[in-house]
Design a protein around this ligand. Structure first.
Ligand code: ADP
Ligand code: MG
Length: 468
């Protein structure tokens, strides 16, 4: 602080002021030009204040920049008031200085940071708008933002059609449990990976999307950002491919099945003739006719199921051994035509796995079909089952042409086939099904000797209600 005369001369000052201005106490007796400039600025402003005659009552406060002798710029807040004598006659100015440089500096930085943030937010939103992927931001299950690719995906004309609505309006009812589970996983601190949803567009169309979500802060609140890709076309293609492979399998099995059906039909025919010629009813004949008809029914049903697109996927406990038996029954006809024998599994305990029976059947149909197609001169196909505590190992071993290292590597790539009428999809589908059941497939093969495919799959305890 200091006392300044009305003509702008420093009368008295404390050491805090001289230090602030960058001088020794006595150096201010003959002020430098920069101090003189400061004083004249103070006087000018003070006189302005005096003319408004407010200084007597309120100190006048203002900001003033000042360069110290070292060149360091200070931002000073100066407040001036007038000291008067006992009669109220003004004597001199009383000035107080406060160094606001740091505040000023921080204020500048804050402003800059805010501006940066705004720019970043703007370019972030611009980036999202430009993305060809769907971007959606939700908070508490309510839609906060959708980019233009997303609006297009769900056939919305403007953002306002979806803003503030629940994600439950978009995600199909059948996927609510996935949605719920992911929310719970997040709140319990677990990571949430990628996800596939069936969604309902505003025009009633249904689409499949695949993507992932991440927690973010949006408008200062905890939110989720989801990035999704439309995979409807891809899923349609996949379904078509699987269907074509199924139809081709069904077609190829048809010859063997016709053969398999002919035998019981011959038997039935024979017994019918016998019945017609015999006077009395014979229970034994009826029993044989009945069981042969059941066999035909079973085989035809299996063939139909195999060629039908599978729309519902329901996992249940499945008895692996009876499943293998059913598959071998289906395949025996084809094997007999090629002079092959499928040697049945011998196991005394039922083996339970959790899965989809028809999909699992497809696994073994594909493996057996490949085995049969690899054997050109008759022979045996062995099915071995080995169970441990954690799971079951089922191997299908053939005495066929075997595979080279390169062939093994190429196996599982879609459309890889060495057969004239092959689709090259069988193994890929087989592998997918096994993986979806938490299992794995390994291959051992020796060219000219044969191949063994081994499926390992987790088992479960014997269930109370069985499916197969
Ligand atoms: P496809 O049977 O339609 O050719 P797959 O995906 O079932 O398609 O099999 C791909 C290829 O793998 C077959 O073309 C064949 O070359 C080879 N392969 C599969 N299983 C066997 C096997 N048991 N023995 C020899 N080669 C096999
Ligand atoms: Mg095949």
């Amino acid at each position: 602080m200091t006392l300044i005369s009305f003509d702008g001369t420093l009368l008295k000052w404390n050491s805090a002021l001289s230090a602030l201005l960058g001088y020794d106490h006595n150096e201010l007796l003959t002020p430098s030009s920069s101090v003189r400039t400061l004083l004249s600025q103070i006087r000018e402003i003070a006189e302005l204040g005096r003319s408004l005659s407010s200084l007597n009552i309120h100190p006048h406060r203002f900001q003033q920049n000042y360069y110290q002798p070292t060149g360091h710029l200070l931002s000073l807040e100066i407040s001036i008031s007038i000291i008067s004598d006992a009669n109220g006659a003004p004597l001199y100015y009383f000035a107080q200085f406060e160094n606001k440089t740091i505040n000023k500096h921080m204020e500048n930085q804050l402003q800059e940071a805010e501006q940066n943030l705004q720019e970043k937010e703007k370019s972030f939103l611009q980036l999202l708008e430009g993305l060809p992927l769907t971007v959606v931001i939700t908070a508490n299950g309510i839609i906060q933002y959708v980019n233009s690719a997303g609006l297009q995906l769900i056939h919305a004309e403007s953002l306002y059609q979806v803003l503030g609505t629940s994600t439950n309006n978009i995600v199909d009812f059948s996927n609510y449990s996935i949605l719920q589970e992911r929310r719970e996983r997040y709140y319990s601190g677990n990571t949430i990976g990628s996800v596939c949803y069936l969604i309902n567009c505003l025009n009633g169309q249904q689409k499949y999307v695949d993507g992932f979500t991440l927690p973010i802060i949006f408008n200062g609140n905890m939110a989720f950002i989801g990035i999704f890709k439309d995979i409807s076309q891809q899923i349609l293609e996949e379904e078509r491919l699987i269907q074509s492979e199924k139809l081709s399998t069904a077609g190829q099995l048809a010859a063997g099945i016709a053969h398999e059906i002919r035998n019981p039909l011959t038997a039935i025919n024979g017994f019918m003739k016998l019945l017609r010629s015999s006077e009395r009813m014979n229970d034994k004949y009826f029993f044989i006719i009945e069981s042969e008809l059941k066999r035909i029914e079973f085989i035809v049903n299996e063939l139909l199921v195999l060629s039908k697109p599978q729309t519902t996927h329901i996992s249940k406990p499945v008895d692996l051994l009876s499943l293998l038996e059913q598959v071998t029954t289906l395949m025996n006809g084809q094997a007999a035509l090629k002079n092959l024998k499928i040697l049945p599994v011998c196991a005394d305990q039922p083996i339970w796995i959790h899965g989809e029976a028809y999909q699992l059947k497809q696994v073994f149909i594909n493996l057996l079909k490949n085995a049969m197609e690899a054997m050109h001169h008759g022979g045996n196909i062995y099915i071995h089952v080995h169970t441990t505590e954690s799971g079951s190992r089922i191997s299908v071993q053939d005495e066929g042409c075997g595979m080279t290292e390169e062939q093994i590597k190429a196996l599982g790539k879609p459309f890889y086939t060495t057969k004239e009428t092959g689709t090259g999809l069988g193994f890929m589908i087989t592998q997918n099904i096994v993986h979806n059941h938490g299992g794995a497939i390994t291959i051992e093969s020796v060219p000219e000797q044969g191949t063994t495919f081994t499926v390992t799959i987790p088992t479960i305890l014997e269930p109370e209600v069985a499916a197969v």
